[in-house]
Design a protein around this ligand. Structure first.
Ligand SMILES: *Cc1c(COP(=O)(O)O)cnc(C)c1O
Length: 364
C-alpha cells in the first residue's frame, strides 16, 4: 500500500487512523453483523452513532445549549439558498464578498430578496480581507453574511466583522474545527464537511434556536426548512449515514489530539513552515497579503506559468498530489487541513527547496 501526501482542497485528506478504524468495522460494525452503510437510519445502533457524533461536536466546539446542530445534505452550495429562505424576513441582507464562494452565496440570495454587497476584495483578486469595522449595515437587514476562510484564494478573517448588532452567518467549510471559535458570536455557522471534517455528502449547520421557526419564505421546500430538520433531529429523511459516521470518528480523533486549542497550535506550526519558506524563497511567492493568510489553504506562484506546470508535474511524480491551483486562479495551492501531518508539509518544503535550487540555476 502506498499513500501520497494529498494537498487537495476538497474532498481532502482524512486521518489515517480514522480510515483504518472504518476499514476494521466495514464488514461488522460492533457486532451488528453489517456495515454502517447497510443499516437502517432508524435503528438503535445508528441512532447511537449520530447522537454521539453530535455530542462530541458540541464538546469540541463548546456549543451553547441554545444552538441546534443539524446534519444536512445538498452541500454548502444548497445552504446558500437555505440562509435567505429561512432568515430573510425583511427580504434584505448584507454580504461581504471575499471570493468565489462568498460571491455565489451573494448571488443566490439575490433570488430571494435584496442582497447588498457591504464590502469586497475583488479589486485585488481577493488577496485580502477588507476592513469590516464600519460597514454600511442598515437596520432593515436580516443578517450579515461572510465566508470565513476563502478556500480558493487562501484568505481568512482574523477578526469577525462589526455587524452592528445584526446576526452573523458564516460559511466555515474550509476552516471547520481548525481552531476554537466562540459560537455565541454567530447566528449560524455552517460548512460542507468534505474539506476539513469528513467525506463529501453532509453539511453541518449550527444554528441559534430562535432562528428556527415556521416563518420561512413562501415556496421553501419542506426539506430546506430548518424547523423540519431540527424537529426530526436531522432524521426527517434518510441522512448521509456513512458520512456522518466518519465525521463522528474524526471528532473522536480531534478529541484525542487535544481538541481545537491543540489543533490550532499544530495548524499554526504547519502553516508557518510553508509561509516562512515562501517569504524567503527567490522562486516561489505567496499570493495573499500577510495579515489575511489562511492556515488551511496556501496559494503560491513562481510568476511563470510554464514553471508552475513543471512544478506541479514533478511534485506529483514525487508523491505530492493535488497541488495545482484552482482552475480560476492558476499557480499552486497547498491545502494543509487538520489531517495533513506536519511531516507532509516538511517534505513538501524540502521538495520545493530542491526544485528552487535546480530551476534558479537553470534560469540563471
Ligand atoms: C467547497 C466550498 C463550498 C462548496 O461546497 P459544496 O459542498 O461543494 O457545495 C462552499 N464554501 C466554501 C468555503 C467551500 O470551500
Amino acid at each position: 500500500m502506498k499513500r501520497v501526501y494529498n494537498f487537495s482542497a476538497g474532498p481532502a485528506v482524512l486521518p489515517e487512523e480514522v480510515l483504518k478504524e472504518a476499514a476494521d468495522e466495514m464488514m461488522d460494525y460492533k457486532g451488528s453483523g453489517m456495515s454502517v452503510m447497510e443499516m437502517s437510519h432508524r435503528s438503535k445502533v445508528y441512532d447511537n452513532i449520530i447522537k454521539e457524533a453530535e455530542a462530541d461536536l458540541r464538546e469540541l466546539m463548546n456549543i451553547p445549549d441554545n444552538y441546534k446542530v443539524l446534519f444536512l445534505q445538498g452541500g454548502a452550495s444548497q445552504f446558500f439558498a437555505e440562509v435567505p429562505m429561512n432568515m430573510m424576513k425583511n427580504k434584505k441582507a448584507g454580504y461581504i464578498v471575499t471570493g468565489q464562494w462568498a460571491k455565489k452565496a451573494y448571488q443566490e440570495a439575490k433570488i430571494f430578496g435584496e442582497a447588498v454587497e457591504l464590502a469586497s476584495s475583488a479589486d485585488k483578486t481577493f488577496s485580502y480581507i477588507p476592513d469590516c469595522s464600519d460597514l454600511a449595515i442598515t437596520d432593515d437587514m436580516d443578517y450579515v453574511y461572510i465566508c470565513e476562510n476563502n478556500t480558493i484564494y487562501g484568505t481568512k478573517y482574523k477578526e469577525l466583522p462589526n455587524t452592528k448588532g445584526k446576526d452573523l452567518v458564516a460559511d466555515v467549510s474550509s476552516c471547520f474545527l481548525s481552531e476554537p471559535v466562540d459560537v455565541s458570536k454567530y447566528a449560524v455557522i455552517y460548512g460542507g464537511v468534505q474539506k476539513n471534517v469528513g467525506p463529501a455528502g453532509c453539511v453541518i449547520a449550527i444554528i441559534r434556536e430562535d432562528l428556527i421557526t415556521d416563518e420561512v419564505l413562501p415556496g421553501t421546500p419542506t426539506m430546506l426548512k430548518w424547523k423540519v430538520q431540527a424537529d426530526a433531529d436531522s432524521l426527517y429523511n434518510t441522512p448521509p449515514c456513512y458520512t456522518i459516521y466518519i465525521c463522528g470518528k474524526v471528532f473522536k480523533w480531534l478529541k484525542k489530539m487535544g481538541g481545537l486549542e491543540a489543533m490550532k497550535k499544530l495548524n499554526e506550526k504547519k502553516a508557518a513552515i510553508l509561509y516562512d519558506y515562501l517569504d524567503e524563497s527567490k522562486l516561489f511567492k505567496g499570493t495573499v497579503e500577510k495579515e489575511s493568510r489562511s492556515l488551511m489553504n496556501v496559494p503560491f506562484v513562481t510568476g511563470n506559468e510554464e514553471l508552475d506546470a513543471k512544478f506541479v508535474k514533478e511534485a506529483k511524480e514525487a508523491g505530492f498530489e493535488n497541488l495545482k491551483g484552482h482552475r480560476t486562479v492558476g499557480g499552486m495551492r497547498a491545502s494543509i487541513y487538520n489531517a495533513m501531518p506536519i511531516e507532509g508539509v516538511e517534505a513538501l518544503v524540502k521538495f520545493m527547496k530542491e526544485f528552487e535550487s535546480k530551476n534558479l540555476k537553470e534560469n540563471a
